[in-house]
Design a protein. Structure first.
Length: 172
């Protein structure tokens, strides 16, 4: 039987920007989260360590420089997510969830145990996942989304864009 609507609306769309693709040395620099209701959270986190050159060139210039420490960030995230174990949807959950677990500690994961990957959803629906982060953004334009209102590689804008794409996709 074909399912035409998602299993649950208890979803938080999440995006992180981090210092390195190397999970042994990378840390979250910023995190954006948005609930299905539109309630949002954006944090930039203190990081004094090394960053990859790509991050230096493309991510650091987008940050607002209003940083909080890791402990305060973890508290704000846990408070925002709440106790109901929402589903996490991120563009490539392998990175976002890993860096989130590094920040919070795996034992404090406030989400349902399986993070969901928006890139895999696109792939399953017949779209190239690379299209989400490319300048042409054909998939998003086909959904009728004004991509110009979102700043690429801003954690909150990426989470908001993912939410809008998800909602538009299920309307069609």
């Amino acid at each position: 039987m074909k399912q035409t609507k998602p299993l649950s609306d208890n979803i938080i769309f999440l995006d992180t920007e981090f210092s390195s693709l190397d999970p042994y040395k990378g840390e979250i620099l910023s995190i954006g989260m948005i609930k299905m209701t539109g309630e949002e959270l954006y944090l930039e986190i203190d990081h004094e360590g090394e960053v990859d050159q790509w991050v230096f060139d493309h991510i650091l210039p987008t940050l607002k420089k209003e940083k909080i420490d890791r402990r305060e960030a973890a508290e704000k995230i846990l408070e925002f997510v709440g106790p109901d174990k929402p589903y996490m949807i991120s563009f490539v959950s392998q990175y976002d969830s890993l860096y989130l677990y590094k920040l919070l500690g795996i034992e404090k994961n406030p989400f349902f145990r399986f993070p969901f990957d928006f890139a895999s959803m696109m792939f399953a629906a017949g779209y190239d996942p690379d299209d989400f982060n490319k300048k042409n953004r054909k998939f998003l334009i086909e959904l009728g989304i004004d991509v110009e209102k979102y700043k690429m590689h801003n954690a909150l804008d990426d989470a908001k864009l993912m939410r809008e794409a998800y909602l538009e996709f299920f309307k069609k």
